[in-house]
Write a new protein. Structure first.
Length: 290
């Protein structure tokens, strides 16, 4: 059996073909340009293989409700040219196979969930955040995604300001004080005039950001009580998560019992932020079997 994966990011697409054991047979990546050009490149790649199903994990916002006439669309995205794009429909026109449609971060969350079952970790729930150009989050409980009216927008929850960060406006055009506006990668440019990769972990900016990320972890801890919280994306490193764990412990103040923080707040188990590809393979198989 062969299945396909599209990890559709605002910067690039990663397309892969894999088998029922989630092993990648071949993959390709290319820049995200216009919908017509980019989606056609993906279709051309998959036409080389006899895939039986496909899963798409896309940047958003997207329409997930199957009873909506806009199901399968990228909706009100700020990505130029992509607003109101019938993503699934364009694929279906040329590839008449079952397609599972979800958000990019949901794909990553499901990949981590699948990996936990393969390693006998035996967890029932997790939350996955990606912190990069933007911030997104997905949650799984008992093997199913959280969210019915729409997908979660965890990157836009509001936070208490760090006392040394009161004058920073934030970069989100919708909310000054949301998680994305305060910790996404471009906030380094806005605060310091340089990229995050050029800022040493000893810089107090990382402590300010850890304060915000720890608040996000506390929010989902108290609302969802997951078995694990995973942070991926270009901003995240193990050194940064050490700061997050310290802030989490201080801010939570032992209010509820949580697992060992070194095992509770972690980086992805799939290297190079490849969780979405594994998740897509599993979701494509699930769609085929349903």
């Amino acid at each position: 059996m062969l299945v396909g994966s599209i990890e559709a990011g605002g910067t690039k697409f990663v397309c892969a073909v894999g088998d029922e054991d989630y092993r990648i047979k071949n993959s390709i990546n290319f820049p995200t340009t216009t919908p017509k050009e980019t989606i056609q490149q993906a279709i051309d790649f998959f036409k080389q293989y006899d895939i039986e199903a496909l899963a798409i994990a896309s940047f958003g916002p997207i329409e997930l409700r199957k009873n909506s006439p806009k199901y399968g669309y990228v909706t009100s995205t700020p990505k130029p040219h992509w607003s109101d794009t019938n993503f699934v429909g364009m694929i279906k026109e040329q590839l008449n196979i079952p397609i599972f449609w979800t958000t990019d971060v949901n794909g990553s969350a499901y990949g981590e969930y699948v990996m936990s079952t393969l390693t006998n970790e035996k967890i029932d729930s997790l939350v996955y955040y990606t912190i990069g150009t933007g911030v997104g989050g997905g949650a799984i409980s008992n093997g199913e995604f959280i969210g019915n009216v729409g997908h979660p927008e965890m990157g836009h929850t509001f936070l208490k300001r760090h006392p040394e960060d009161l004058n920073f406006k934030g970069i989100c055009p919708f909310h000054d004080d949301c998680l994305e506006g305060l910790v996404a990668g471009p906030t380094f440019d806005a605060r310091l005039g340089k990229k995050g990769k050029d800022v040493p972990l000893t810089d107090k900016t990382w402590d300010i950001m850890a304060y915000y990320v720890a608040q996000a972890a506390i929010q989902v801890t108290l609302i969802l009580r997951p078995d694990k919280i995973i942070f991926g994306g270009g901003v995240v490193s193990e050194g940064f998560l050490e700061k997050v764990r310290d802030q989490f412990k201080t801010l939570l103040h032992d209010y509820v019992e949580v697992p060992d923080l070194d095992k509770y707040i972690v980086m992805p188990s799939v290297q190079n932020n490849g969780s979405a590809t594994v998740g897509d393979f599993a979701l494509a198989i699930r769609e085929l079997e349903s």
